[in-house]
Design a protein around this ligand. Structure first.
Ligand code: AP5
Length: 215
């Protein structure tokens, strides 16, 4: 299964990708997670990416295209992958297509999760993430059992720097301008599945699995 999860910030891409990695035994490739790890480690990539991420903008295409091209070569992608947060521009989508072609691979599906913008703001302001294992929660929609602590590993939960309302609104504008055009890009290519991402997490999961199995 070679899949792209498309959707605005907070649509539930990461939440659903984690479930799909278990279901299909394929890796989640989240460019956001890769970039945040680089920022935390203070690598040259992280230093370069930080100002773009803090401002709610996109990291330059050439940087993320290179990261994903390298990641797709790794052994664990042999049976497929879930791209979460990539591509985000038409240039990234074109580069991915060229890259996959070179590797003799093709995408199976592109799933777009549709969610209203006010719901996105509510989801992102309430999101909490485990520092240790990366599991995501929501203070109202998907809370941990013990406030501030991860159910899986007991790690401390934190709020992402870019999940402040002003930055969220900037990220949503950037999505509309630079990423939303990918909906018609993939629809025209005949591989887009559009799903209602406003449903509760478990219902989105069910419709997503049904759509992928039918594909
Ligand atoms: P990235 O980390 O990719 O952030 P994003 O796309 O803004 O997506 P999010 O992680 O915010 O949302 P999500 O859709 O995964 O939602 P989630 O499942 O967590 O990117 C961050 C930054 O890195 C970018 O701004 C950019 O600077 C840079 N970057 C990354 N990739 C790049 C690229 N390709 N090119 C250039 N720059 C790049 O859910 C959100 C919350 O909602 C959670 O609390 C969850 O519990 C809750 N929730 C989920 N589903 C539901 C539901 N159905 N009902 C109720 N609550 C729900």
């Amino acid at each position: 299964m070679k899949l792209i999860l498309l959707g605005p910030p907070g649509a539930g891409k990461g939440t659903q990708a984690k479930m799909l990695t278990d279901e299909f035994a394929i890796p989640q490739i989240s460019t956001g997670d890769i970039l945040r790890a680089a920022v935390n480690d203070g690598t040259p990539l992280g230093v370069k990416a930080k100002s773009f991420m803090d401002a709610g903008g996109l990291v330059p295409d050439e940087v993320v295209i290179g990261i994903v091209a390298e990641r797709l070569q790794q052994d664990d992608c042999g049976n497929g992958f879930i791209l979460d947060g990539f591509p985000r521009t038409v240039a990234q989508a074109d580069a991915l297509q060229a890259n996959l072609q070179q590797m003799g691979k093709d995408l199976d599906s592109v799933v777009a999760l549709q969610v209203d913008s006010e719901a996105l703001v509510e989801r992102l302001t309430g999101r909490r993430t485990c520092k240790a294992c990366g599991r995501g929660y929501h203070v109202s929609f998907d809370p941990s059992t013990k406030a501030g602590l991860c159910d899986d590993c007991g790690g401390e939960l934190f709020q992402r720097d870019d999940d402040r309302e002003e930055t969220i609104r900037k990220r949503l504008d950037v999505y509309d301008e630079q990423t939303a055009p990918l909906i018609s890009y993939y629809r025209d290519g005949g591989m887009l599945v559009e799903l209602d991402g406003m449903l509760p997490i478990a219902d989105v999961q069910e419709t997503l699995l049904t759509a992928l199995r039918a594909n």
